[in-house]
Design a protein around this ligand. Structure first.
Ligand code: SF4
Ligand code: FE
Length: 484
């Protein structure tokens, strides 16, 4: 049973011939590309922490297939405690990276597909679940990073997949052969696409019979013939090209990544196909994956929030205002909001229940409440961090100016804060806050908090459906003495 080290994970990516484009050019060596490497380092952290005795319980779990320990990111949840531990793990990795660490999308896809394939087989006598269990053993034994991919480009939102002018705007089956299926289409905004060993595909919406060609789930290696990845831009991303360890990056070591993943007649052998035209299960798969990923945010965003709150407190200290009552109160508010996110992540896990297949699914209502809070609280935490940091965070000169023989001394003299603090440390902490609130990491902490795992309205629909409004009305009527 294998555990990869962080270094082995990085080296394993070099063996892949993944086709990646960035700035209109093909990237020959994506592993060492300065704009891509921080995201690889973030995933590498999921391997490094699993090797650490202190984090063994949280980062690893006992496989339900073999009884041996595996990285929790490859685990099929066996209990509500597993769900809780998952959230704790995500908070930990968020704290260590200060960014999105991407490997969760695969973990969430594993668990959603595991329970759904079981139910498809029960209805149709198909063999998807056995196939998927076989695939999971393969993943666990090799400690792979798998990219769970759901979101299609979607084209005209008023039209179903099969009614789109361009049929490829949702990923679909174009051919079935005796050996497998051939698919075409794309997955957009795909977190962790480039630095994953394989892509695990799911449909993106509930489907009707006319859309059955779009009801497809499968796994393929990231470098399968016909896959092209086009790397997404992030705010301030080219600062990473300014030299290793450039202070202006704020967090030069870690980051997230997203890509457009295009499938052009990609062949998938039958043993890697986990749903093929059983359209009525597409919605269930979507709901389960979304539920897990909405739970996930209660962990990862709280972990990244811990870093941001810490950075704001350090900035306050460096400015000599740490004892000021309103600053103290803002930090308390940030902690309150951050712990509320975490509370929801833990709550929806603790209320998790076994599915028919035996793995555990979070409480869907509470997971949606969790993610709805995530669409708001990180914005307020970021606002308060910017408030405490002050305007210098966005007006300060570059690191090169501080190093300049001509103006460096001026920068150091006029940007000095507390005399107990090195002026460059003051700049460093402000750059970290900038990175997390406006820069590259803000993709994960802000906009992804809004749209990742479904935009706010998607959660409101689920809360509306599952919030039990009729039962609440009955409660009120009974107490008010209204007969109905
Ligand atoms: Fe994991 Fe959070 Fe990134 Fe999603 S946004 S992949 S849950 S770190
Ligand atoms: Fe996400």
């Amino acid at each position: 049973m294998g555990f990869m080290t962080a270094q082995e994970y990085i080296e394993s990516l070099r063996k892949l011939k993944t086709v990646v484009y960035l700035f209109g050019e093909k990237v020959e060596n994506f592993v060492d590309h300065p704009m891509i490497r921080p995201s690889i380092n973030s995933v590498a952290m999921t391997y490094a922490l699993a090797q650490h005795p202190e984090y063994r319980e949280i980062m690893t779990a006992v496989s339900g297939f073999t009884g041996e320990r595996v990285n929790r990111f490859c685990h099929i949840h066996q209990s509500a405690q597993d769900l809780i531990d998952k959230v704790k793990m995500q908070r930990l990795v968020g704290e260590k990276t200060g960014s999105c660490f991407q490997r969760c999308v695969g973990m969430d896809a594993f668990n959603a597909i595991y329970s759904t394939t079981f139910e498809v087989d029960q209805k149709y006598g198909t063999r998807y679940h056995d196939r998927f269990c076989e695939y999971m053993r393969y993943v666990q034994q090799r400690d792979l990073t798998i990219d769970g991919a759901m979101t299609d480009p979607k084209g005209d939102r008023s039209l179903s997949p099969s009614r789109q002018e361009d049929p490829d705007l949702y990923l679909h089956i174009v051919e079935k052969t005796k050996d497998g299926i051939i698919v075409t289409g794309a997955k957009a905004h795909q977190t962790g696409a480039v630095n994953s060993h394989e892509q695990l595909i799911m449909p993106t919406i509930a489907l009707k019979e006319e859309d059955k060609a779009y009801a497809v789930s499968f796994a393929v290696p990231s470098d399968a013939a016909g896959i092209t990845m086009i790397y997404g831009r992030q705010s301030c991303d080219t600062r990473k090209l300014e030299g290793e360890g450039c202070m202006d990056c704020g967090n030069c070591k870690f980051g997230g990544q997203e890509a457009l993943v295009v499938f052009d007649r990609v062949f998938v052998p039958w043993d890697r196909v986990f749903l093929c035209e059983e359209y009525e299960f597409a919605g269930i798969l979507v709901e389960r994956f979304a539920g897990y990923h909405r739970q996930s945010y209660g962990g990862c965003k709280a972990g990244v929030g811990d870093v941001l709150i810490g950075a704001a407190a350090v900035a306050a200290e460096y400015n000599g205002v740490e004892k000021t009552s309103h600053v103290k109160d803002k930090l308390i508010e940030m902690m309150h909001l951050n712990e509320t996110l975490y509370c929801c992540g833990i709550a929806c896990s603790a209320e998790g229940k076994a599915t028919a297949s035996g793995n555990y699914q979070i409480d869907n209502l509470l997971a949606n409440v969790c993610k709805q809070n995530v669409t708001r609280f990180p914005y307020e935490i970021a606002r308060l961090a910017e408030d405490i940091a002050g305007g210098l965070m966005v007006t300060m000169p570059s690191e090169r100016d501080f190093d300049s023989p001509e103006v460096g001394a001026l920068c150091r003299k006029y940007f000095k804060g507390s005399s107990r603090v090195d002026v460059m440390d003051r700049m460093r902490i402000l750059r970290l806050i900038e990175n997390m609130t406006l820069g590259a990491a803000a993709v994960g902490y802000r906009t992804e908090s809004l749209h990742g795992a479904g935009s706010p309205q998607a959660q409101r629909i689920m809360i509306g459906r599952q919030g039990g409004l009729d039962a609440k009305k009955e409660l009120a009527k009974r107490l008010a003495g209204i007969e109905s």
